[in-house]
Design a protein around this ligand. Structure first.
Ligand code: 13P
Length: 251
């Protein structure tokens, strides 16, 4: 049985005071980590404070991106070892917004996954198709190639530490959710790809989230599906009540 993982992706939202207030208020209310992994992926500038606030609670804090080098002349970037040095637990990698607006490639995602693991940070690896790709029946081809590239060159043991997020781009922030059956079919395909690369045991244990307009009203139906083990949530993770409702419905 795979433990559900619900990760909020705050993207470029919230001021410092709002982030602190949210985290202080939810930290004692999140369900036990024995039942569900609760994560907030916040803007990098807030991470040290939020990690302190969430310390010794069942809430984990993650970043939304990082560089793949541990140090170097990369003005404006944040490194995996810097994130590890403030005890960040997770990092979202290869989000479609980073691929689209910041030219993030499959190759860079693969290097970042390696760097995250080397620094003890759990990577949440994103994949997903555009509307045009879906309409051209290219969804499976697209996510298979993204996942094959991101997972290249690891051991099954390393893959066990990863989380995959399937986020159809046309469902992000649009209010359009993939149907639970469609989302499950693609997550099942991703599991097949992992099986082809790393074997059945690894494929059965890796957690695959769905993301794209997930809300308290639709999360239960999604999580009932065989291959959906959690959610990566944008808009609905910005509100405390709705974030807690997502977690409560996942346990
Ligand atoms: P929404 O939940 O706002 O559609 O965002 C999904 C997403 O991109 C999470 O990473």
């Amino acid at each position: 049985m795979r433990k559900p993982i619900i990760a909020g992706n705050w993207k470029m939202f919230k001021t410092f005071d709002e982030a602190v207030e949210f985290t202080e208020s939810v930290r004692e209310k999140v369900p036990s980590e024995e039942k569900v992994d609760a994560v907030i992926c916040a803007p990098a500038i807030f991470l040290p404070t939020l990690v302190d606030i969430a310390m010794e609670t069942d809430l984990a804090i993650g970043a939304q991106n990082m560089h793949y080098e541990n140090e170097g002349a990369f003005t404006g970037e944040i490194s995996p070892s810097q994130l590890a040095s403030i005890n960040v637990d997770y990092v979202i990698l290869g989000h479609s917004e980073r691929r689209e607006y910041f030219n993030e490639t499959d190759e860079a995602v693969n290097k970042k996954v390696r760097a995250a693991l080397a620094n003890g940070i759990v990577p949440i690896i994103c994949c997903g198709e555009t509307l045009e790709e879906r309409e051209a029946q290219k969804t499976e081809e697209k996510v298979s190639s993204q996942i094959t590239a991101a997972l290249e060159g690891f051991t099954p043991e390393e893959v066990n530490h990863m989380v995959i997020a399937y986020e159809p781009i046309w469902a992000i922030g649009t209010g359009k959710t993939a149907t639970a059956d469609d989302a499950n079919a693609v997550c099942g395909k991703i599991r097949e790809v992992v099986e082809g690369l790393y074997g059945k045991e690894t494929a059965e244990s890796i957690r695959i989230q769905y993301g794209g307009s997930v809300k308290p009203e639709n999360i239960e139906e999604l999580l009932l599906k065989e291959h959906i083990d959690g959610a990566l949530v944008g808009g609905a993770s910005l509100d405390q009540e709705s974030y807690l409702a997502l977690l409560n419905k996942a346990q």
